[in-house]
Design a protein around this ligand. Structure first.
Ligand SMILES: [Zn+2]
Length: 301
């Protein structure tokens, strides 16, 4: 009986296929990309219940010419039914420049971070310490990122108890960087930032930050603070919080120096989404050098 039933079932002719494939845009339906950068289309997902589906697109985006471009995707099944979807790509003047900076590393999450930066071809700046493996700083340097000096010990009570201690510690991290990369760095960031008040506990009321912020300049260094705080050193303890702090802090029409720490796994986990958001909104990325916006804070000690 079962065999009969089966045969009768397959002998019924299939109804005419009048159902078009379903098509769904992958990624955003509207995006802005900075002129002269690179546009990678995310394509579509297309599915048909009966046959194979062929997807065609007219990707006409000219990344070197400002303007709006509509990409149309057409999915067609073997019976000639088709569906379309569109994406609007606006090629724009850069919305702003983002300097991703990472302090306190290298550490256990640095390789993961470097993989993400490489995937999107995004440069960053690493304010390194005496921690972590030499090979991580070597990889940062070899992959084109800026290596900058943070502190060898990152021990506030030591570095801020005297000017001599500060410079001894700075020389130690400079020696490490020079040994690994073959070249010294003249880019620095004070532990706690130039506006820190933690130094008041250790400096014997000498107003050490007022002195150092001037004195490092006369030694040929350039110091940087930040104007977008991810909060990963204090208030933000999840990847979502880091992401929203950074996204909400980005400066449209200007430079954003973003503070993160690559010794925090959840902070590193937010980086891919931050990059995706930024690229989809027309931002470009750069690394710090001695001509960059320094995002300096006011000195409080
Ligand atoms: Zn630090």
């Amino acid at each position: 009986m079962e065999t009969d039933f089966y045969l009768s079932k397959v002998l019924i002719p299939l109804p005419v296929d009048e159902t078009a494939p379903t098509i769904r845009i992958k990624g955003p339906e509207k995006i802005s990309v900075a002129v002269g950068t690179k546009y990678t289309d995310d394509g579509v997902d297309a599915y048909d219940d009966r046959t194979e589906t062929i997807v065609e697109t007219n990707n006409t985006v000219d990344i070197n010419t400002i303007g709006d471009y509509t990409i149309t995707y057409t999915a067609t099944d073997e019976h000639g039914n088709s569906s379309t979807a569109t994406r609007l790509v606006s090629v724009v003047q850069p919305t702003g420049t983002i300097f991703l900076t990472f302090d306190d590393g290298p550490g256990p999450f640095t390789n993961t971070l470097l993989d993400i930066l490489k995937k999107y071809n995004v440069p960053a700046t690493f304010f390194v310490t005496g921690a972590g493996d030499d090979s991580l700083i070597k990889r940062e340097f070899d992959e084109g990122h800026a290596i900058a000096l943070h502190s060898y010990t990152h021990n506030y009570s030591y570095i801020y108890s005297s000017v001599a201690n500060y410079y001894e510690d700075l020389a130690n991290i400079q020696n490490r960087v020079t040994r690994i990369t073959g070249q010294p760095s003249n880019l620095i960031r004070f532990p706690g930032g130039s506006s820190n008040t933690v130094s008041t506990r250790y400096d014997g009321r000498s107003h050490i930050m007022s002195f150092l912020t001037q004195d490092v300049l006369s030694h040929g260094y350039y110091y940087f603070d930040w104007n977008v705080n991810s909060g990963d050193a204090d208030t933000a303890s999840t990847s979502d919080a880091v992401y929203s702090n950074v996204i909400n802090g980005l400066k449209v029409g200007g430079d954003s120096v973003v503070l993160q720490h690559d010794i925090k796994g959840y902070s590193v986990d937010a980086v891919e989404r931050i990059i995706q958001y930024a690229l989809e909104h027309g931002f470009i990325f750069s690394k710090l050098d001695n001509t960059s916006f320094s995002a300096r804070h006011g000195v409080n000690n």
